[in-house]
Design a protein around this ligand. Structure first.
Ligand SMILES: NC(=O)c1ccc[n+]([C@@H]2O[C@H](COP(=O)([O-])OP(=O)(O)OC[C@H]3O[C@@H](n4cnc5c(N)ncnc54)[C@H](OP(=O)(O)O)[C@@H]3O)[C@@H](O)[C@H]2O)c1
Length: 307
């Protein structure tokens, strides 16, 4: 098996947001990034222009041949296809950066004797500039044999990340926790911002108002943890305010009512754990929210006979 080291030559297959961000961060830390290929040659060339010493190749096979360690940073669905087209050797190592796929997808490489691993940055990459900036402090989910784990762990530390080792059976659970905090939280933010159109403003106005709250919530989570970071009417037990929210959603944004109710119910155990909310008040809140959740948006709006 290949035994990757600090001076091993590194190549990337897939020159998108994650591939470019990690390649740039590694190069800045003195790792020898030497090769790149992508679906389009122009994407590979873009990375080669950014990092001294990187050669853009036309094919994944050529980039792999020039490298000791290869990161496959293509979309998840292409990893299997890419790995099976390269004639790996037992002196090479290959890793992918997918959170949802396990190391198993690299079986065609391990069957040829290559070391295999995964190196998943738990963060949201929408551009290379933001991606490189976000890597310090990012958790990296790592799988692999002992040598690969040691190599990738040190690599994560060198770029300021926080390495953790994952069991392959836990990979999807690990990944969906990230999607809940990334893509799905963004979707919730979009729904909340959209409500601002009913205030006679735009959803961009909503984003301007709400985005600083997301930053503050992240800060509160890091400094106070759970349940300390929880705040708001559910933690205070403000039943009157909660009733107003539910009535207003029912009347003015009934489609949002189920989402609001599900989130409120999911948070109640943590509000109780914080200790400020007494169990009797929590039960009243739960009953009220459950009642509205069942009504969802399908009934006649503005009808509050149960409240
Ligand atoms: N985005 C995130 O927030 C995030 C976070 C953590 C992990 N990841 C993982 O990182 C990996 C890459 O994601 P990404 O967001 O960087 O995707 P991306 O920005 O779409 O980049 C993917 C790159 O792979 C290239 N590509 C597509 N098909 C290919 C193929 N068959 N062979 C070689 N290259 C191919 C693309 O082609 P072109 O040459 O046409 O540009 C593109 O440059 C995925 O496994 C993803 O799950 C993503």
């Amino acid at each position: 098996m290949g035994s990757p080291r600090r001076r091993s030559r590194i190549g990337f297959i897939g020159a998108g947001a994650v591939g470019k961000s990690i390649a740039i961060a590694l190069s800045r830390q003195g790792y020898p990034v030497v090769a790149v290929a992508s679906r389009s040659y122009s994407s590979a060339q873009e990375l080669a222009h950014i990092i001294d010493g990187v050669v853009a190749y036309q094919t994944p096979q050529e980039a792999a041949r020039a490298s000791d360690v290869v990161f496959i940073t293509s979309p998840d669905d292409a990893i299997g296809e890419v790995v099976s087209t390269v004639p790996w050797t037992n002196t090479q190592a290959v890793a992918h950066c997918s959170g949802a796929s396990s190391v198993d997808v690299l079986d065609p490489a391990s069957m040829l004797g290559a070391s295999v691993g995964t190196f998943h940055p738990m963060n949201a990459f929408s551009s290379v500039e933001n991606g490189v900036r976000s890597l310090p402090g990012t958790t990296f989910g790592i799988e692999g044999d002992d040598e690969m784990k040691g190599y990738l762990r040190q690599m994560a530390l060198d770029i300021g990340g926080r390495p953790i080792f994952l069991r392959r059976e836990d990979k999807v659970l690990y990944h969906l926790s990230g999607v809940m905090m990334g893509g799905l939280l963004s979707a919730e933010a979009a729904v909340a911002a959209q409500l601002w159109e009913q205030l006679g403003m735009t959803r961009d106005d909503g984003v301007k108002a709400l985005a600083p709250m997301i930053r503050q919530v992240a800060d509160n989570l890091e400094t106070s943890g759970i349940p300390g970071a929880l705040a708001g009417p559910y933690v205070r037990g403000d039943l009157g305010t909660i009733r107003k929210h539910l009535q207003t959603l029912r009347a003015r944004a009934p489609d949002v009512l189920p989402l609001y109710c599900h989130m409120a119910l999911a948070g109640l155990p943590f509000a109780l754990e914080k200790g400020a909310l007494d169990p009797a008040k929590a039960k009243k809140i739960r009953d009220l929210v459950e009642e509205y959740k069942g009504l969802s948006g399908s009934g006649p709006t503005g009808e509050h006979h149960w409240a």
